[in-house]
Design a protein around this ligand. Sequence first.
Ligand SMILES: Cc1ncc(COP(=O)(O)O)c(C=O)c1O
Length: 386
Amino acid sequence: MTEKAPNMDKRMEGFRSLSPPVWRASTVLFDSIDDFTTRKERVFDGYTYGVTGTPTTRALEERIAHLEGARFCVTAPSGQSALCQIALALLGAGDHVLIADSAYGPLRTFAQDYLQRFGVICETYDPTAGAEIAQRLKPNTRLIFMESPGSLTMEMQDIPAIVQAAKAAGVLTVLDNSWASPLGFQGVAAGVDLVVQAASKWFGGHSDLLLGSIATDSRTLYEKLRTAQSVLGQAVSPDDCFLALRGLDTFALRYTHQCASALTLAQRLASHASVDSVLFPPRPGDPGHARWAASFQGGGCVLSFVPKLKSTEEVHRFFDALTVFQIGASWGGVHSLAAYYPPAEQAKRSYCQVTGGIVRLSIGVEPAQALASDIEQALRMAGQPT
Ligand SMILES: Cc1ncc(COP(=O)(O)O)c(C=O)c1O
């Protein structure tokens, strides 16, 4: 076979579309052997090999960087891989890292079961801690992982105080900002060094892709992350980047609607006789409300509540009775989801204040009234003997 790859530059003449093209590539072609032998010089600003991206990836990275108010963005195959990539790019044996006790579970597991094996000293900290975090810093502390509000139990962190303490000690900060997204909180402007999004959630918006992103203002950190992406082979599918770019077109609309519905539900549940507590910082009365109101511009579509369900059978009856909510993990999509985390999960954590089983809801675009009625009828059914 002697055919060369088609010259797409020529094919593009006279054509424009509203959709970004999906550029797929492992191989990147070079115009000359000189360009080829010097390709490593362009790993940060150009194209060298599919693993560090194609123009479709770059289009998404630029768009996310713009949303985050950051100079740089590196995408990753999932939100979890973005968190792990940061750790692998920046930590080494003997380093100490602090992780919020309320952070996404698989990050804590990665620290415990993998980073520690490679000699990184990993500790969790009380997610409600403020300036006193300084007392947990050691001469070898390199990173503080934050997530606010925390996965599941929704503790609001004092991001300004933690950033200030970290900066004073020369420690880098990472914020998993997936819940609020850049529309709800601008992490880079708040001084956070690395802001992570599980782009599988809000950005994708349709529960059908896995993607992560890391935004930063630091050229040095950007280069370390891009290098780690290359060396670790953290390739991101351009098709998924396309889906995320399309998701971003409707993101602000979805965000506004879903956050408003989540607040409506949180308020209804807070006064429900079968509900022990609601965990949702945008709701006045939530323990984290003051912190949320002080620095966030928007909410989230995920809320948790502790139901007064007395037995596993009642929990099962509640979930089996749901008709609008579907049972599933993850969140941020247009379809509402419900998931359950039994008390034993909370008991494993060092600083968790919640002792009961938690129902976590991801609020989609269905009418808030239909969602509230669904939960209320399922709570009624749960209490009725079969
Ligand atoms: C807060 C948070 N961070 C990170 C992740 C991981 O994202 P992904 O599912 O894309 O790996 C999740 C997923 O549930 C999450 O809820």
